[in-house]
Design a binder for this molecule. Sequence first.
Ligand SMILES: Cc1cc2nc3c(=O)[nH]c(=O)nc-3n(C[C@H](O)[C@H](O)[C@H](O)COP(=O)(O)O)c2cc1C
Length: 165
Amino acid sequence: MADDQDRAIRAGIGTLAVAVAIITTFDDGRPHGCTGMAWAEHPAPPLLLTTLRAGGRTRELVQATSQFGVSVLGEGQQAHVAGFAARSAEPGGRFAGVPFSPGPTFGLPLLDGCVASFECELKDIYPFGGHDIVVGRVTWASVAGGRRPLVHHDGRLWGLREPGQ
Ligand SMILES: Cc1cc2nc3c(=O)[nH]c(=O)nc-3n(C[C@H](O)[C@H](O)[C@H](O)COP(=O)(O)O)c2cc1C
């Protein structure tokens, strides 16, 4: 492919802004999670999808447990983005010092103070390049009204503002 097309494809993909979330699960009984992103579709049944790296630990654990949690980060929670993307040698390592609560349907670890939280039952997994599309049926949700999500766009994190502000 021509270099200019390669650049245009990368830049075009970078314009797709997505809410940043921590995708959570259990690793040997300890909370585990990684930084990811989420999209959703609300008509019944409500579905949520995330893409997890094929061969990644979270992807493996989500399939093994058939459940996953999603904690949508708000502005001011940027520190979790790097913390949950970092290598963690031990089960539970990424959650050290991070306040979280168990979700009511599966007891999945959900980070405190997030814009929204979901528990999902795994529905399908589809291959998607180097990642897999992981689809869940939402079994429980909670939302903190009036807060704005942290957004990933063009390789960086952003806060949301209304146009013209
Ligand atoms: C802003 C940001 C977004 C990310 N989005 C994803 C994602 O959508 N899917 C994914 O698998 N990893 C994503 N990552 C990378 C993972 O968090 C990282 O590779 C992590 O170490 C994977 O952990 P695991 O092997 O325990 O699953 C993202 C990282 C950052 C900083």
